[in-house]
Write a protein that binds this ligand. Structure first.
Ligand SMILES: Nc1nc2c(c(=O)[nH]1)N[C@H]1C(S)=C(S)[C@@H](COP(=O)(O)OP(=O)(O)OC[C@H]3O[C@@H](n4cnc5c(=O)[nH]c(N)nc54)[C@H](O)[C@@H]3O)O[C@H]1N2
Ligand SMILES: Nc1nc2c(c(=O)[nH]1)N[C@H]1C(S)=C(S)[C@@H](COP(=O)(O)OP(=O)(O)OC[C@H]3O[C@@H](n4cnc5c(=O)[nH]c(N)nc54)[C@H](O)[C@@H]3O)O[C@H]1N2
Ligand code: SF4
Ligand SMILES: [Mo]
Length: 757
């Protein structure tokens, strides 16, 4: 379906953005002293919003050791003072009544308060016991893209070089693993070549598998502002449901769930059939691959033949003439195009393949390495890049984009860390699903979970929750109870956001420093402190000789030397409003575009066109021939509907923080299931009726919304996963299939039946 924008719908889109994003200050209510105005604070401390991967700069207003106000940082290029509604209400997450303020130990099924010494002694004795009896791979750590870089860097070092296991994984596996694997397959290096500035530099914009209006609202505001200045620019939004992001689209494309591989291959077909490709770029900067085999352009064309628009149209649900038109609009000659995607691509059984396919379109047309022309993978969490992908926070990667599987990489690290290379475990660790499955089967004896809530966020949740009960579970949390902390044996109370100092790295390679501005409640302690205490008690103090996060950062910087991923120094980061890596020279100058001179000095001086994809041995990026893959669970007679899940503007993931903010809770007090009006009518369901969502795994019960926040196509329903209520906790329903390459779960396609409750 293609639709051209009317003036009225664009204005509606503008009004929407105004509601989503506000500039300026947000005074917060000081619970003791009544409202404070931003002028009355003792000081403003520089930091970053703790929610999404956009990475908006903030100033936190502090009064009597508490954060009582927040304002957007006007000098931060990401947001120039703007914040969305979640950013505006940040201080309220700190003062919540369910903050956990003392360590808790579970005894006979009940939690009791304990001292830090008692909790940490118990924790480390259990870890030591398991390691002694069952070996180092019987313990694990499950972390997050919401930790600080110093935290994950330190903990992964202790687990690998100390305990001797690669059982370090985290929620970016559920989020960014397919984007990482996609980029490594295509460029040999992780993380995007472009930056957010490409939004302002592009002529046309393609959003697919992303709902920026709700998930990256400040970036969406930048896009709307650009469109306002350039009314002729074309915005294409493709999704399996009508989303808020479509309200500003010139082309709204509704395609069949999981059939975007067919759509993108069809667009590649049109590029080559209509001669839109950049022959010089292809000749100099690209290889073609199919499986393990290097192929040529002719063979790639033959691979694409079954995806001709006339053959693809019916399969993906987009008319052939629309596929042709879109391809010309987005990838025609002499237009600068930015394409963005997020979980609609990554959270799929074919996540890596579909990532490759969008890079293909840019590589075929040479729309990369130039301002305004870039494929751009949006990152979800505030520091999935900075704190996990860069520090080595997944079971198969090591700090500074190194790999566990490469002996050279392990040896390099051993040398930097001053340890014998034999201490670096070479056996790959558990990826997320394997880790929680090992808890279910009893192989994983002890698990430390930090800054993530897998008891709610893992698919097939009932199953993995059983595993969490079985294993000795330690949970570092800011709140209690959560759907994970309730299953814990020990809960460690954590300082959060700007109650501690540290570094985040956002989705555009921007490294940013957060000042410690407020005092944590009760005995809550920074996660970094907890990690150092753990190291000390486990006998690995020598591996973490750090007093401050800055000490850890300095050592981490040594790991970056000589790699393509040089980050800025602490001193520089404290002053700057974020710095784009790789930094170069004495002034630590940032890099706007990777793989291209003059920006990226990792590129050889004599590289053709000043472009080199240096992650690959021959400096060439790869165009991959990747076929359509179908989800593991397709709708059938018994479960005829495809359920897809995701997020809404006002809430964050498992809701621990945002349900604590009255303004946000009021707007969306509970999650509902968005349904298509035709489906609802057929099933005798009216707006607001309670319905059962039944899958092969579990049944959830919630209200139906018809013409609600989003309008799914017939045969599709949508639920946000924020609600912790067991009836509405949608991950109980979802299938735990995952991409065989990236091991990222498919949260975007399970089969269900809907019945009026
Ligand atoms: N308000 C808010 N913002 C957030 C977050 C939050 O919890 N709340 N979380 C942050 C995090 S960690 C992340 S990862 C990002 C996620 O940001 P997004 O990926 O933008 O958000 P989602 O809603 O998960 O999914 C995006 C879209 O994928 C679509 N989709 C479903 N099936 C398919 C399919 O087969 N193909 C394609 N192409 N698309 C499909 C969905 O309909 C949905 O609109 O948001 C970040 N920002
Ligand atoms: N159905 C479905 N499920 C999904 C997804 C989906 O699209 N659909 N998306 C997946 C994705 S992309 C992601 S990123 C995950 C996110 O899933 P999770 O990471 O499990 O969700 P969060 O609510 O972000 O969990 C963060 C936890 O850390 C706590 N916390 C906050 N600050 C701190 C701190 O400083 N220290 C400590 N120790 N704790 C802190 C919060 O209270 C919260 O409980 O969900 C995944 N699950
Ligand atoms: S757009 Fe993201 S980073 Fe910016 S204020 Fe909103 S939630 Fe925070
Ligand atoms: Mo995410």
């Amino acid at each position: 379906m293609s639709k051209t924008i009317t003036r009225r719908s664009f204005l509606k889109g503008m009004a929407l953005t105004a509601a989503l994003v506000t500039a300026g200050c947000a005074p917060q209510r000081d619970t003791q002293n009544g409202p404070v105005s931003p002028k009355e604070v003792d000081k403003w401390c520089k930091g970053v919003c703790r929610y999404c991967g956009t990475g908006c700069g903030v100033y936190a207003g502090v009064k009597n050791g508490k954060i009582v106000a927040v304002k957007g940082d006007p000098d931060n290029p990401v947001n120039r003072g703007r914040l969305c509604i979640k950013g505006m209400t940040l201080p309220k997450i700190l003062e919540a009544p369910d903050r956990v303020t003392k360590p808790l130990i579970k005894e006979n099924g009940k939690f009791r308060e304990a001292s830090w010494d008692e909790a940490l002694d118990l924790m480390t004795s259990k870890f030591k016991e398991a390691i002694e009896q069952y070996g180092p791979d019987s313990v694990g750590f499950y972390g997050s893209g919401q930790t600080f870089a110093e935290e994950t860097y330190t903990v992964q070092k202790i687990f690998r070089a100390g305990i001797g296991t690669n059982n370090i994984d985290g929620n970016p596996r559920t989020c960014m693993a397919s984007a990482v694997a996609g980029m490594i397959a295509t460029y040999g290096e992780d993380e995007p070549s472009g930056t957010y500035e490409d939004i302002e530099d592009c002529d046309n914009f393609f959003m697919i598998g992303s709902n920026m209006a709700e998930a990256h609202p400040v970036l969406f505001a930048r896009l709307v502002a650009h469109k306002r200045k350039n009314p002729n620019m074309k915005i294409v939004v493709a999704d399996v449901r009508e989303t808020k992001s479509m309200e500003i689209a010139d082309y709204k494309i509704l395609f069949k769930p999981s059939m975007d591989l067919t759509l993108l291959n069809s667009m590649a077909y049109v590029i080559l059939q209509d001669g839109l490709q950049d022959d010089h770029f292809i000749e100099n900067h690209v290889n073609f691959m199919q499986g393990k085999e290097k192929i040529d352009l002719e063979k790639y064309k033959a691979f694409l033949a079954p995806y001709a628009p006339e053959l693809a149209a019916e399969k993906c649900g987009v008319p052939a003439e629309t596929i042709r038109e879109l391809t010309h609009v987005l990838y025609g000659k002499d237009v600068k195009t930015m394409s963005v995607w997020c979980m609609g691509f990554n959270q799929r059984i074919s996540g890596v393949f579909v990532n490759n396919l969008i890079h293909n379109l840019h590589l075929l047309t040479g729309k990369i390495c130039k301002p305004g022309s870039t494929p751009f993978s949006l990152t979800g969490q505030p520091s999935a890049c900075g704190s996990v992908r860069e520090t080595g926070g997944l079971s198969h990667i090591l700090p500074a984009h190194r790999f566990v599987a490469k002996e050279k990489d392990r040896n390099e690290l051993a040398e930097i860390w001053g340890i014998d290379p034999s201490r670096m475990p070479s056996k790959p660790g558990y990826h997320t699903i394997a880790m929680f499955e090992a808890a279910c089967t009893g192989k994983l004896k002890c698990l430390w979970v930090m800054t993530t809530n897998p008891g709610q966020s893992l698919p097939n949740a009932d199953h993995y929750r059983e595993g969490m009960e079985k294993t000795f579970l330690v949970v570092s949390e800011a709140y209690h109870p959560t759907r994970t902390s309730e299953l814990a044996d020990i809960v460690l109370p954590s300082a959060m956001w700007m109650e501690k100092e540290g570094i985040f790295g956002n989705g555009e390679r921007r490294t940013q420093h957060l000042e410690a501005a407020a005092t944590p409640p009760g005995e809550a302690k920074p996660d970094f402190w907890q990690i150092l205490e753990f190291a000390k008690r486990m006998g690995f103090e020598d591996l973490a000789p750090f007093k401050t996060p800055e000490d850890a950062w300095k050592e981490y910087q040594k790991c970056q030397k000589g790699t393509a991923m040089m980050l800025a120094s602490y001193d520089h980061l404290k002053k700057a409003h974020g710095v784009l890596w790789p930094v170069k020279g004495e002034n630590e100058e940032e890099t706007r575009i990777r793989y291209a001179r003059p920006w990226d000095t990792n590129v050889k001086e004599d590289a053709v066109d000043g472009i080199e994809f240096y992650g690959k041995p021959d400096g060439r990026a790869v165009i991959w021939a990747r076929p359509q893959v179908f989800p593991k669970e397709m709708p059938d007679a018994e479960y005829p509907i495809c359920i897809t899940t995701g997020r809404m503007l006002e809430h964050w993931h498992t809701g621990t923080m945002t349900f604590n903010v009255p303004e946000l809770k009021r707007i969306a007090p509970e999650m509902v299931v968005d349904m298509n009006a035709e489906d609802a009518a057929r099933l005798g369901i009216q707006d607001g009726d309670l319905v059962n969502i039944i899958s092969r795994r579990a049944t959830c019960k919630m209200k139906a919304a018809i013409n609600g926040r989003s309008k799914p196509q017939p045969g599709v329903v949508y639920v946000s996963f924020h609600d912790p209520n067991m009836d509405r906790m949608i991950n109980r329903v979802m299938l735990d299939s995952f991409d065989p390459g990236s091991k990222q779960p498919d949260y975007k396609a399970s089969a269900v039946r809907i019945e009026k409750a």
